[in-house]
Design a protein around this ligand. Structure first.
Ligand code: GLU
Length: 499
């Protein structure tokens, strides 16, 4: 028997979409991508975005993970309209608080004879599994407990015989009209009577997800492709209840550059690790949207790929989501992040950067926030992530320690070196503090620098100021440090040389 096939409409109407993360691990880059696409659908097509926490797996669910999920969604600015914390008309939005609801619906299916208690032991099931496999069949439950008599069931329940609850799976073909993948067919015979609960108050994912999506009026289920095999099971549950299933859309897999499936093996897949590395939420969002989606093509024109969340909403068209796997290219993320570090308004960038700096140099540095802003301004074009900032800018906070030999440019003599630094010191000593800007300093020093040789003056000056040969240029550094700190550092270099 084949299902009546729904035609796939090229339109999204009044979407009520959700993400339903399980708090069994830290908020993941894949969940973030799913959240983003659901969020975009809600915003673009005037719908509602719902956050539900699927914590029915008591052993693996942790409060810490739930908090991590909420915190990172907020950090990405993917705010939800209904759900945990904000509430809404179809709560509670945490599955562990909905056990009465699942119990009611489980009983309904059992009473209607559409689901049943199964008392088979693990050993029995394993034995049958082996047997089926040796016959070359795909292993599935053989339906042994389908037709137990009411007395038998009651007897076993009275004796507290362990049980699970299975759905009576009708033998048929289930066809999903997936908004991204098109029609996908499943033969339920290969699935068999699967377990929907381990007890009346212990539903499993496929069951609770259907009950909740139905109760919460979710009409588009948009999630990762790894859930595709669950979909025929969920449709069978909708059908058992006589409910209209939502429209499904399975987002393409996220792949490693070698096209293998992205997993924890890849490394930093937890969002908190991307944060710790100094990626900005704007950059992550911008990067994630291109994991499976693209802008409209314009012949020959370069398209600006740096988009804010608002610009993405404006450009978004659901039907440009691709079927093919999306490659996770960390170099692209680095590029986008560097672009945002360069472009963000300085105040915003500073608020992102401050935790990285205070972690290394202490809270005291915040007494002069203008100084901090100048440091960030000096380095924003030189870094790809904020985690690089404390290292690259450390000499602004800590008087640099360096080997005296680093002060020498090529084969200059000690006398030349001392004379050059001494000359600059004296020149600055009488200089008005107001003239301590990059341009002014350049104008004052450069004529003399040309006479003495650029390298002979600028190299030791830079090293005296930063203790490093790879720092920002000496004029930029001096502008940020100001006159008295500049003099102090040059004097320090001269001391080193005279000892
Ligand atoms: N709790 C499931 C997960 O975290 C949700 C899957 C779904 O969206 O249906 O993967």
């Amino acid at each position: 028997m084949s299902e009546k096939i729904k035609t796939i409409s090229k339109e999204i109407k009044n979407p009520r979409v959700r993400i339903a993360p399980s708090p069994t691990g830290y908020f993941h880059i894949g969940t973030a991508r799913t959240a983003l696409f659901n969020y975009l659908v809600a915003r673009k097509y005037n719908g509602k975005f719902i956050l539900r926490i699927e914590d029915t797996d008591k052993e693996r669910s942790k409060k810490e993970y739930e908090e991590d999920i909420l915190e990172n969604l907020k950090w990405l600015k993917l705010f939800w309209d209904e759900g945990i914390e904000v509430d809404g008309p179809y709560g509670p939005y945490r599955q562990s608080e909905r056990l009465d609801i699942y119990e009611k619906y489980l009983k309904e299916l059992i009473n209607k004879g559409l689901a049943y208690y199964c008392f088979c032991t693990v050993e029995e099931l394993e034995y049958k599994r082996q047997e089926m496999m040796s016959r070359g069949e795909a292993p599935r439950y053989d339906g042994h407990c389908r037709n137990l008599s009411q007395e038998e069931i009651e007897e076993k329940l009275k004796n507290k015989t362990p049980y699970v609850i299975r759905l009576k799976m009708p033998e048929k073909e289930i066809i999903i009209s997936d908004l991204i993948r098109g029609k996908v067919k499943f033969n339920t015979k290969l699935i068999g009577d699967f377990i929907i609960a381990k007890g009346l108050r212990n539903p499993l994912y496929n069951f609770s997800v259907v009950v909740d999506d139905y109760e919460m009026h979710i009409n588009y289920v948009i999630r990762g492709e790894e859930h595709l095999p669950n979909t025929p099971r969920q449709i069978a549950i909708y059908e058992a209840f006589g409910w209209e299933p939502p429209i499904f859309a399975h987002l393409p897999l996220i792949l490693n550059p070698d096209r293998s499936k992205m997993s924890k093996r890849f490394g930093d897949v937890a969002m908190k690790d991307f944060r710790k590395k100094g990626y900005l939420p704007e950059a992550i969002i911008n990067f994630l949207v291109f994991l499976g989606w693209h802008l409209p093509e314009k012949n020959g024109e370069t398209i600006n790929e740096i988009l804010t969340l608002d610009e993405i909403i404006e450009q978004f068209d659901f039907f440009r989501i691709q079927k093919a796997g999306a490659i996770f290219n960390i170099d692209k993320l680095d590029w986008i992040n560097a672009e945002y570090i360069e472009r963000l308004p300085i105040d915003e960038l500073t608020s992102y950067a401050v935790p990285f700096l205070t972690e290394k140099f202490g809270e005291n540095i915040l007494t002069d926030i203008e100084f901090i802003k100048k440091i960030i301004e000096t380095h924003r074009q030189r870094i790809k992530t904020l985690a690089e900032l404390p290292e690259i800018a450390s000499y602004f906070f800590i008087l640099p320690d360096y080997d005296v030999s680093l002060l020498y440019w090529q084969n200059m003599t000690k006398d030349e070196l001392i004379s050059n630094l001494d000359f600059i010191y004296k020149l600055f000593l009488n200089l008005d503090n107001k003239l301590f800007t990059k341009q002014q300093l350049e104008a004052i020093i450069m004529p003399e620098v040309e006479k003495r040789g650029r390298g002979n003056v600028l190299w030791p000056l830079r090293v005296a100021l930063s203790g490093s040969k790879n720092s920002a240029g000496p004029f930029e550094i001096m502008e940020v440090l100001g006159k008295s700190e500049t003099l102090k550092r040059i004097a320090n270099a001269l001391n080193k040389l005279n000892n």
